[in-house]
Ligand binder design. Structure first.
Ligand SMILES: O=C(O)CCC(=O)C(=O)O
Length: 292
């Protein structure tokens, strides 16, 4: 085969996402990395307070000052919010050399990290509602890819333990998921592999009929012209962002889309990362336009 005809792994994964709406990237994490993430996410799940709780889901994160503890109701799905606040190991995920090129192939290089969490279906969990992740956008379907999401399995995913279920090809449908929902097909993959999908694909976390947890990491991206689900410019302290790799800084919103969207004074927000202070504060102070 001529070099020019050789299809790279990235191209194959992007083609599968275009065609079926999803792909599985094997071996994104080695077994010892899986163990490392498992250990740390278990610790976080134990130590972090609950910030949101509803009848199915508990979200763990930092409770803001004065925030009262929500009543923890029966739940079967636990998520840890904003993983980039919890150490360097999580900073490797959005720029992972086997995942980011696939996401860029779907959304373009100007894409953004939308949010990064865990997704742990507890034993006995019922299936989630069948959904697509881009259902909040008021646009006719089908449309160009707006979101591309990756879920990294931290255990072997099976039909029995609630492996994610997908409806192949549904990213090209005009309809939004509505009852009666199709069952979808379970994604069975070994720990350390990642399911990557177009955000228009109908999918759900399956019911966990096993006696073990079904832990995973989710790393979700949006096209660069969209608003990120988590505002990472405000929710991640600048002191932390300063030591992130430059590409991660761009991905969380410190770069520009099409060389101009997101600019401050015609420069990318990353150009103002060197100070904690608002770039125009000093100039505004003498004007008397600032209260206090
Ligand atoms: O945990 C899963 O299997 C799926 C997660 C999911 O659907 C989501 O985060 O939107």
């Amino acid at each position: 085969m001529l070099a020019a005809e050789r299809v790279t792994d990235t191209e194959r994964h992007v083609a599968e996402i275009t065609e079926r709406g999803y792909t599985v990237v094997d071996g994104v994490l080695a077994q010892e990395e899986v163990e490392e993430f498992l250990g740390d996410t278990r610790r976080l799940q134990r130590e972090l307070p609950t910030v949101i709780a509803n009848s199915t889901t508990v979200v763990k994160g930092f409770r803001r000052k004065g925030q009262t503890a929500p009543e923890v109701v029966d739940h079967d799905w636990v998520r840890i919010d904003n993983l980039l606040l919890h150490g360097e190991r999580y900073e490797r995920l959005p720029v992972h050399p086997r995942l980011l090129p696939v996401v860029e192939g779907v959304l373009g290089r100007d894409c953004l990290l939308s949010w990064c969490m865990t997704s742990n279906q507890l034993p006995g969990a019922v299936a989630q509602r069948m959904h697509c992740d881009d259902e909040m956008y008021p646009l006719p379907r089908p449309h160009q890819p707006l979101l591309c999401n990756a879920l990294i399995a931290l255990c072997d995913f099976t039909d029995e333990n609630g492996g994610t279920r997908v409806v192949p090809g549904s990213h090209r449908w005009r309809e939004m998921p509505e009852a009666p929902y199709p069952d979808g097909e379970p994604i069975e993959m070994p720990a350390g592999s990642a399911l990557v999908w177009n955000g228009a694909l109908w999918h759900t976390a399956g019911a966990n009929r096993s006696s073990q947890e079904r832990p995973a990491l989710t790393v979700n991206f949006c096209a660069g012209f969209l608003r990120q689900q988590v505002n990472q410019q405000l929710s991640i302290p600048r002191a932390l962002v300063r030591r992130f790799p430059a590409r991660l800084q761009e991905l969380i919103g410190y770069g520009l889309f099409a060389k101009k969207m997101g600019r401050i004074d015609w420069r990318p927000p990353g150009a103002y990362l060197d100070s904690e202070e608002h770039p125009f504060l000093e100039m505004l102070r003498p004007s008397g336009r600032l209260p206090g």
